[in-house]
Design a protein around this ligand. Structure first.
Ligand SMILES: [Zn+2]
Length: 323
């Protein structure tokens, strides 16, 4: 059984105070908005804030990115600051500095899950999985998962898996395998899970992929898992189409069941950390926050024995863009 509170790696500096008008994503504000939402729902007592961690220095970003890109981005130089025009977030000094904290938060959450495997750890972040070694792309300035996994591998020799249920393929791990020589060991092949199908087939695919992870954990080929339950795989998301609310939540249940079963088969705790990833609703952003909250509570209930039900509010009065 895990502890009945989720340890959250959050610092106010993870969110820039203002986003530029050209920014197409609210993702940089998500950590703060999510915690405010959780508090409004009266669920904050189920979370323990962890604010004492340091931001990443440029050297940590060099683990997964070229020095030219990292230095150019933090100095605000083009084309690095805009990821060759692909980033989709207006560069500002505050935004750039916030990435030092979001990337550090993901690493810290994974690290803590390994050091304290009875504790569920959360990095309330998104905006990592499309970046490549030479630039950022699609709201992702840096490959946070690559940095975290490789840093952990080099420090502790541990390998892990990312269950990336965002609606979009997280290319950053695969696209970094040539640049980061030991990434193959930090995140073995088949351990960056992303599902492309829909509805019932999606759930079956997820079950199969989790079974493979179970084998790898039992064989000690992976040592931790990171659950990234992106809300843009939900069918009402502005750019989502894959799962109904019940199906989307079922993924969190399948994940918890997989962890419980793996722990009972191995006799060892499975270190679990979580991150948020995508989610876009121009009509009502609370729907995105509500889905994330519901998923976190499902995992917490499933793995700690807590019985605190929370039903997401996913309003249906939205108009899909272009429709
Ligand atoms: Zn996405």
């Amino acid at each position: 059984m895990k502890e009945k509170r989720i340890r959250v790696f959050y610092r106010a500096e993870m969110c820039p105070p203002l986003l530029g008008e050209g920014s197409e994503s609210k993702s940089p504000l998500k950590p703060k908005l999510l915690l405010e939402f959780i508090e409004k729902q009266g669920l904050l007592p189920h979370f323990r804030l962890e604010e004492h961690f340091l931001p990443f220095a440029n050297e940590e970003f060099y683990l997964a990115h070229t020095q030219t890109y990292v230095d150019g981005f933090f100095e605000g130089r083009e084309p690095y600051a805009s990821g060759d025009g692909l980033l989709g977030i207006d560069w500002s000094r505050d935004y750039a500095e916030s990435t030092r904290y979001t990337n550090a938060s993901l690493y810290q959450a994974i690290r803590a899950s390994v050091d304290f495997p009875e504790t569920l750890c959360l990095s309330p972040t998104s905006g990592f999985h499309h970046a490549v070694p030479e630039r950022g792309a699609l709201f992702c300035a840096f490959s946070g998962q690559v940095i975290a996994a490789v840093k952990l591998y080099r420090e502790s020799g541990l390998s892990g898996a990312f269950i990336d249920l965002d609606g979009h393929f997280g290319n950053s791990i695969d696209d970094s395998r040539t640049f980061v020589k030991d990434l193959e060991r930090a995140v073995p092949k088949g351990c960056n899970i992303n599902i492309k199908t829909k509805h019932g087939v999606y759930l079956e695919d997820l079950k199969l992929r989790l079974l493979i992870l179970q084998e790898l954990f039992l064989e000690e080929k992976i040592h931790y898992v990171v659950f990234c339950h992106g809300a843009d795989s939900h069918e009402d998301d502005d750019i989502g189409h894959q799962l109904t609310t019940a199906e989307w939540l079922e993924c969190a249940v399948l994940f918890s069941d997989f962890v419980k079963k793996t722990e009972s088969l191995s006799g060892r705790p499975v270190p679990v950390s979580m991150a948020l990833f995508g989610g876009y609703r121009n009509d009502d952003y609370d729907c995105v926050l509500s889905l994330h909250t519901a998923s976190l509570m499902k995992v917490l209930n499933g793995l700690s024995g807590l019985e605190k039900e929370y039903d997401p509010v996913v309003s249906k009065n939205k108009r899909k863009s272009g429709v």
